[in-house]
Design a binder for this molecule. Structure first.
Ligand code: AMP
Ligand code: MG
Length: 486
């Protein structure tokens, strides 16, 4: 592709066509003075978008949704959702737009979607806008998650709009362009079910099967779809737990059918290991605390099962049995994924019985919790113990007795240090580093942000010059709070 002549951007409108009842055609706001802050060039190339062209004024106009091809149909998507347990029948994209779908270099369909593009008919009391800080936060954290091998929506670009956004103070506004294998949510099914139109519900399920779970084209396709979503979510949440990720707002509208992590709002990574860790300022009851995430996911999947009941069987009692059977498989699947991941984190052989791995891991986590040990750096330090130097590990614990006994048992299993370093990250988007990078970016300096992105997009590869990015939060960082109202 050349960067001088405008390339053709093949944006399909498949969702808008097939599910018009869930799609409100809408236009993005015209930005006052658009300025590209960050562009994900490898992702652009994977989407067959020319990175050089995306940096031209016409490319930036695409990235904020006002320069879309003539035949594109940007839409605001309708969905419902349980927010902190409370059902809201009509949420939808209040400040977001689906521009359409692109086919990537692997032949996969990818949604191109905007956040912060102006009020839509779903905006309720909201202003439809987003601030630079939270959009850059989603950019960094989602790209870090991707580099960690965790299914996630991706971030293509953040463009400053030149317009001020009123939050606690006036902040610079921005639009995030993000990419997902789709934006179908548990809440999309709840919305379709709420319309009472079973044909719409079936078309939504068929659309989801084709896009995400083609293996579900089975004898009982909708039971197979439910089962497939339960499987991908069990695996996803296990992977969050294994890297210490706290999503923060696991409402059913923020849970995908694809199994990708979505809607990075008040999310954070654990510093010290603590199952009760909550960062979101609005999660007063700790509903979405780190340790509650598997249960929260299972609860959300039960809401999905309820929504699709009419598709599972014409006999309502049979439908409930099928849904319950599928849901009952969640805990086993979650535990299998978690113990497999823990085995790898501890460098233990693949054929080691989970009945040995799980209690060993649980005892270790209890020690980390009791002594407030930094979760991420612990596993890298522990690889040193596998190499023969246990002192740095021992120093993390004020009382050595318990960790010494644990180390003896673990070392007897011959852990493989190099294998540990391939699965335990050195660099995660630590809360204090994100705050520092976003504050600088809001003041116009993007250098710390670019450094942070550089660190976390090669998370296992320890490099000189990034020592600060590997270190735990300074003791004066204190209790971390994240804010929704993003
Ligand atoms: P979230 O918690 O960010 O996933 O958003 C929940 C709901 O609130 C969704 O329907 C969003 O589209 C909507 N929303 C969040 N922020 C805004 C805003 N500033 N303006 C309009 N709608 C918003
Ligand atoms: Mg959301």
């Amino acid at each position: 592709m050349s960067s001088t002549s405008p390339p053709t951007v093949a944006l399909d409108g498949r969702f808008a066509r097939e599910l018009a009842e869930l799609a409100v055609p809408w236009q993005a706001d015209e930005p006052t003075d658009p300025r590209l802050l960050v562009l994900n060039e490898p992702l652009a190339a994977a989407l067959r978008l020319d990175p050089a062209w995306l940096q031209t004024p016409a490319g930036v106009r695409l990235l904020v949704g006002v320069g879309v091809p003539d035949d594109a149909t940007p839409v605001a998507q309708a969905y419902a959702g349980h927010q902190f347990g409370q059902f809201v029948p009509r949420l939808g994209d209040g400040r977001a737009l689906l521009l359409g779908e692109l086919v990537d270099i692997d032949g996969h369909l990818r949604d191109l979607h905007l956040k912060g593009s102006g009020r839509t008919p779903f905006a309720r009391g909201g202003d439809g806008l987003a601030a630079v800080g939270p959009m850059l936060r989603e950019y960094v954290v989602s790209e870090a998650m991707h580099a960690l091998g965790i299914p996630t929506t991706r971030s293509l670009a953040v463009v400053a709009t030149g317009r001020a956004v009123r939050r606690e103070t006036l902040l610079p506004g921005a639009v995030l362009a993000r990419v997902a294998s789709s934006h179908l949510r548990v809440g999309s099914f709840q919305y379709a079910r709420g319309t009472g139109d079973v044909d719409l519900l079936r078309r939504l399920a068929d659309h989801a099967i084709v896009r995400h779970h083609p293996a579900a084209e089975a004898e009982q396709p909708y039971v197979a779809l439910l089962d497939a979503v339960i499987a991908v979510q069990a695996s996803l949440v296990a992977r969050w737990m294994l890297v210490g990720f706290v999503h923060g707002v696991m409402n059913t509208d923020n849970m995908t059918i694809s199994g990708e992590t979505i809607d990075y709002g008040p999310c954070a990574f654990l510093d010290a290991f603590d199952p009760a860790a909550v960062y979101s300022s609005i999660d007063h009851g700790g509903r979405y605390a780190y340790g509650n995430q598997p249960l929260a996911a299972q609860w959300n999947l039960a809401r999905l099962a309820e929504a699709v009941l009419p598709l599972l069987h014409h006999d309502p009692e049979r439908a409930v049995v099928l849904a319950t059977t599928a849901l009952d498989r969640f805990p086993g699947r979650y535990e299998a994924a978690w113990s497999l991941g823990m085995r790898a984190k501890l460098g233990l052989p693949e054929d080691l019985d989970p009945a040995i791995v799980v209690p060993l891991a649980e005892e270790l986590l209890a020690l980390l919790r009791d002594d407030h040990v930094d979760f991420t750096s612990f596993f890298r330090v522990l690889a040193g113990a596998a190499r023969g130097d246990a002192e740095p590990t021992r120093r993390l614990f004020p009382d050595h007795r318990a960790i010494d006994a644990w180390l003896t048992r673990w070392l007897a299993l011959s852990p493989a240090a190099d294998a540990m370093d391939r699965v335990n990250p050195v660099y995660i988007p630590r809360n204090h580093l994100i705050e520092e990078a976003l504050a600088a970016a809001t003041d116009g300096d993007l250098t710390p942000l670019h450094r942070l992105v550089e660190a976390v997009t090669a998370p296992y590869d320890e490099r000189p010059g990034f020592e600060r990015h590997a270190a735990a939060a300074p003791p004066d960082f204190g209790a971390y709070r994240t804010f929704c109202g993003t």
